[in-house]
Design a protein around this ligand. Sequence first.
Ligand SMILES: Cc1cc2nc3c(=O)[nH]c(=O)nc-3n(C[C@H](O)[C@H](O)[C@H](O)COP(=O)(O)OP(=O)(O)OC[C@H]3O[C@@H](n4cnc5c(N)ncnc54)[C@H](O)[C@@H]3O)c2cc1C
Length: 402
Amino acid sequence: MLYDAIVVGARCAGSPTAMLLSRKGYRVLLVERASFPSDVVSTLIIKYPGVQLLKQWGLLGAVMATNCPPVRQWLDHKGDFLLSAPLPAVDHVVTVAPRRIVLDRILAAAAVQSGADLLENCVVEEILSRDGRVTGIRGRTRGGGSVTAHGRIVIGADGKHSLLARTVKPETYHCHPVRACYYYAFWSGIPDMGLVSYWRNQHFVLAIPTNDRLTCLVIARPAAEFDSLRKNVEAAYWRCLEISPLLHEYARQGRREGRFIGTVDLPNVYRKPFGPGWALAGDAGHHEDPLMGHGIMNAFHDAALLAEAIDAGFSGRMDLDVSLADYEIQRNQWSLPAYRRNVAAALLEGWDSEQELRLRSALRDNPHEAGRYFGVRVYAVPFEQFFSAENIARIAGNGLTF
Ligand SMILES: Cc1cc2nc3c(=O)[nH]c(=O)nc-3n(C[C@H](O)[C@H](O)[C@H](O)COP(=O)(O)OP(=O)(O)OC[C@H]3O[C@@H](n4cnc5c(N)ncnc54)[C@H](O)[C@@H]3O)c2cc1C
């Protein structure tokens, strides 16, 4: 069977890519090892640009209808005081944090509704190529059957350990060592306070309200601590929670719904995302520490850019190599500034710098600007706008630079 595009991996990058290409009239095969509903190791925050894409694709209503509360405010403690403000009201929904078991099913269903063929329970075992050009995939279904399919392009949306990337071995760049490790669990009985974050002395705690009144309670520590943490996860988790008396007490009164989930498998890397007959999207093309919650919106953004680039090439509007090179440029321009800030922040130090604390104390009695400060964190307010020298001087006086 010859497809226009074969997409390997049907989550945040793969399903929207398949959906968008199908909506443009292309024949798309979407191949996924799991079957939906299916969960994945990830916390849940979709930042504003990701929410905007969901809305643009007509999927935000379905996400909100899953009993998932929009995030309305942020409470943040950086070794000083609890600074809180409503997120800026730039839209009806600014940020939302659906369970992945819910979100990923909606995305895959949207791809199918748009006309893509979804093959679940199928592991792609081999990337086929001819004369240096990727031409298709060979996979194995759970029942043991073999599947072979050919496409004009094969898209690896198959996560950070992408088989396609391992096969084509693209150039990597902007690499940094692993920074932090994470454990999280879902809790009932914790009130929805919006996002709540505490930072102290290389400890980080974050509460995220999600579906069905559950809260995802996340802790982060430097990557080097992972081995000692995993020896007694529960004790280490509670110890980290102690930096937040508020969340510690709520968790004590609440109930853990499910096991602790943790990982340190968190590389910081960009891969060149295209070559003859292939392209990469989402974590397969660029993976970063999850501290600032960029992965889902980046995956959506890649899907939007890549579908446009492929359409430009396939329709003859542009040479495909040129449009894919443009995809790489646009992906990097869009994600790199935030990636650099994220990789620096994921060292989990410097959050209580004098500069930061001075700014925060100036924001304390300025709810409008405090809201915009949190708006920067969810990408509803541009970083350059809020942190411009003039704006910071206006809020906190002279002498602060970020
Ligand atoms: C602890 C943690 C917390 C996070 N928190 C956030 C957050 O709050 N906000 C945020 O935006 N991001 C967060 N992220 C990042 C986010 O989870 C990822 O960036 C996002 O899932 C990337 O989506 P993807 O579709 O590229 O890849 P994945 O979600 O990894 O999906 C890849 C899919 O490909 C399939 N696949 C792989 N190989 C094959 C194969 N050979 N054959 C068939 N199928 C295959 C897999 O089964 C999988 O379903 C977090 C990540 C972690 C680890």
